[in-house]
Design a protein around this ligand. Structure first.
Ligand code: ZN
Length: 336
């Protein structure tokens, strides 16, 4: 179900269900909100994918986390699994995906406020070496929105499309497997992704990631180049995970191995998670909202950029939904 819809329909429930009572009830459940970055003006490469917060909104979220949750350091994740810690306020693990350059001012702000966080990074994108396929699609949609004339006609002809809204539809459905189409369309539109990377530098450089690490934050892995895992066979899923984890740990001298799934971990099998444990991966993270997981040491995070709804509304809705699912015994992800 669409998250915005959940937030909207749970509005009357929020009015009658005490947040504080739910927080107490779920005081030992790990709450893991995640973002990508914070922008006062949303850049074109993100605009058609998700809704990042502006700084004012983000600061309010942080205040909310500080007031109602126990902010966790990476090293405290291990206590959580050994079940020894009992919390007064639910533990909260905050993270940021994709290693965008806009993460540097966020890290500086959070350092000032004493907020711990983890940044999940794909090695292939560090130093703006290449661009994630969905970001390419968003750039092309922005370009096509304002485009008419010869180049656009040529693309429509090659892909046998009636008009540009069909082309935009096509761009929205492109995956890791079909990503070459993005480069072909860019060429026809005379658009150069390498120019974009060189001029806009959307990603952090290695030195900037080191700076973030030296401020006291943790660096985790986010796959080599951000594929949809469900489209890969299990061997490739393991390669993408283990190679990126090893690269991040070596590059940034990390002692704990953390991995966040690009897109989601929906449909991934128990045998895959068991292989990760064998390779020594400490913790992995999905994006399915507040849920338990039958895969050991795999935690589900809460996407915060589906709308500009406040952290309080998003998290209150998640707590209500979790309590409801628990009653129906549907609060746990079972894996084949
Ligand atoms: Zn990502």
């Amino acid at each position: 179900m669409n998250k915005n819809l959940i937030i909207n329909i749970s509005h009357p429930l929020r009015a009658i269900t005490s947040y504080k009572k739910l927080l107490f009830k779920h005081r030992n459940f790990l709450i893991a909100p995640f973002y990508h970055a914070v922008y006062d003006e949303t850049p074109d490469f993100i605009k058609h994918l998700y809704t990042p917060r502006n700084f004012d909104c983000f600061k309010k979220d942080i205040e909310h986390f500080q007031k109602y949750y126990t902010l966790l350091e990476t090293k405290e994740l291990k206590d959580l699994t050994s079940n020894q810690t009992k919390f007064k306020k639910p533990p909260l693990f905050l993270s940021f995906d994709d290693g965008l350059s806009a993460c540097l001012p966020i890290a500086e702000y959070m350092k000032q406020k004493g907020i711990p966080a983890t940044f999940f990074i794909s090695p292939q994108f560090i130093d703006n070496k290449s661009l994630f396929h969905r970001y390419k699609a968003s750039l092309l949609i922005s370009k096509i929105d304002s485009e008419s004339g010869k180049n656009l006609d040529e693309v429509l002809k090659v892909y046998k499309l009636k008009n540009k809204s069909y082309l935009i539809q096509l761009l929205r459905t492109i995956t890791y497997k079909t990503r070459n189409i993005l480069d072909d369309i860019a060429k026809l539109l005379n658009y150069d992704f390498n120019d974009f990377l060189a001029n806009h530098k959307p990603y952090l450089s290695k030195n900037e990631v080191l700076k973030i690490k030296n401020m006291g934050f943790t660096i985790g892995a986010h796959s080599i180049d951000h594929p949809e895992y469900i489209l890969l066979n299990e061997k490739k899923q393991i390669e993408q995970t283990i190679e990126s984890v090893n690269m991040i740990m070596t590059l940034f001298n990390e002692k704990t191995s953390l991995f966040a799934f690009p897109f989601s971990d929906v449909g991934l099998k128990q045998s895959f998670f068991q292989s990760l444990l064998k390779y020594g991966v400490d913790f992995t993270f999905g994006t399915s909202g507040m849920k338990q997981d039958s895969a050991q040491n795999n935690y589900q995070r809460i996407p915060m950029e589906k709308s500009l709804s406040s952290a309080k509304n998003i998290l209150h809705s998640e707590h209500i939904l979790y309590a409801f699912k628990k009653r129906l015994n549907k609060h746990k992800i079972e894996r084949l």
